[in-house]
Design a protein around this ligand. Sequence first.
Ligand SMILES: Cc1ncc(C[n+]2csc(CCOP(=O)(O)OP(=O)(O)O)c2C)c(N)n1
Ligand SMILES: [Mg+2]
Length: 545
Amino acid sequence: MKSSASIGDYLIEQLYSHGVRHVFGIPGDYVLGFYDQLAHSKLAVVNTCDEQGAGFAADAYARVRGLGAVCVTYCVGGLKVANTTAEAFAEKSPVVIISGAPGIGERERNPLLHHKVREFDTQKRVFEQLTVASTVLTDPQTAFQEIDRVLHAALRFKRPVYVELPRDLVDKPGIAGHKTPEVHEASDPQTLREALKEAAAMINAAKQPVILADVEVHRFGLQEDLLKLAQKTSIPVAATLLGKSVIGEQHPFYLGVYEGAMGRDDVRQYVESSDCVILLGAFMTDINLGVYTARLDPARSIYATSEKLSIRYHSYEEVRFKDFVRGLLAAKLRRRELKSAPRAEPLPAFVAVRGKNKITVKRLFQRLNSFLTDNTIVVTDVGDALFGAADLFIHRRTEFLGTAYYASMGFAVPASIGAQLANPKLRPLVLVGDGAFQMTGTELSTAVRYKLNPIVIVLNNDGYGTERHMQDGAYNDVLCWNYSRVPELLGAGRGMVIETEEQLDQALFVAERHTESFCLLDVRLDPLDRSPALQRLANRLAKKL
Ligand SMILES: Cc1ncc(C[n+]2csc(CCOP(=O)(O)OP(=O)(O)O)c2C)c(N)n1
Ligand SMILES: [Mg+2]
């Protein structure tokens, strides 16, 4: 690092060296100095319409690229990304939240500066709850080390971190000649060996082992290792909903999504009757595993995550997730016959019924399934968009983004912006309910501005369909917008109204060819129509009310 580097420059340099190329956000006076540094740097600034949009975009960017960043002003901007940071924490996405703040020199005698809530550190204290590490860069002597520390934590734990930049320090030089330490977090070799020995013995002795792969396989970039492990041993792989697309779904050993009683019954039976379930990077959450209906017995499980490793009832400390997965791949595991495990069959080929046949949720997903290509990234919002999408047949890896655990509405449209900027080869297929679209759909403006071309399917069922099935009332209605006329507002894009199967077919044909900007399909569904998966879930949730 140059001896003259300022605190802001060092932060930019470090983000760049970890693969970040875009920073999402909205400026404000407390962060203008840093925005100026960003504008003169190798990082591109992506202005969203609202900070929440920036937060979701950065989260998706991090999921696709390995690290994301959002940059906002003090409190009015920062507190708007509290929700998206909570999501990134809950679903393990390494996002760096950078917030401007009043200068240290301005804080004397505690004046009532604009945007301040209670104390100067109120925002920092909020973010301590939502991140895995946080810092306020108040001292040039320690600022570079602090940046190293929090970025390392984000990458180590795949969770968000918070960096606050007082505006009078961002231009100040840090310590000259600072060297960024290389951090290698190694497993304890003996413990790792013991753990692998026990795991290998258990797997080799098992009659019907199965791998249940979840989100951390994505986050730690272990998809290739997982694939090799399955190929080497012929042990079949099921994914959770959050982990969906962790493995190309056309592989012969891919079983499908395991979601307890919500998912396909053959997958559930196969996993639950296994005498050795190898859970890799799994979150034991309710929606992910079918609202606690999943029956997985620890006595028959190997449970490996970045935070914990247990084999049956034995716990192992100091074993890194990556080392364990790679160790399994190198271990002596016997190769098996690929037996009659259930297969994730693609949905049947779709032939549109000609004429006035009204489109249904089930038929919509069948049609979308045949629309997916190797370059599609499916980004789903909460609601039937997510549940219906569980049955889509994903072609390769890491091509399914959804907030299947934290489940905040408004994720999908802004997330598609982050996803496409993170990997421009992908074209997002956004699945979003009308309710969720009304929260963050304006971010299509950002898509237009940065020349992105998502295909947005609005599942328009006149309101909060998911909730109608649990308990209905006028509070579940939303105003019916002219969604297909959003392009007129934004001066770009194609909008289409879909009432029938035939129209859906035609619209997708147009959307495939219209690549210069976004397409929006307003799919008019019956308010009480729903996917089979939602039907099952709603029944279960209703019982718990
Ligand atoms: C930010 C946020 N607010 C409220 C909820 C509660 N909630 C869950 S599903 C849902 C309805 C979603 O409506 P829509 O986006 O139209 O999808 P649909 O259920 O109709 O498929 C609501 C309000 C939530 N998950 N997130
Ligand atoms: Mg709806």
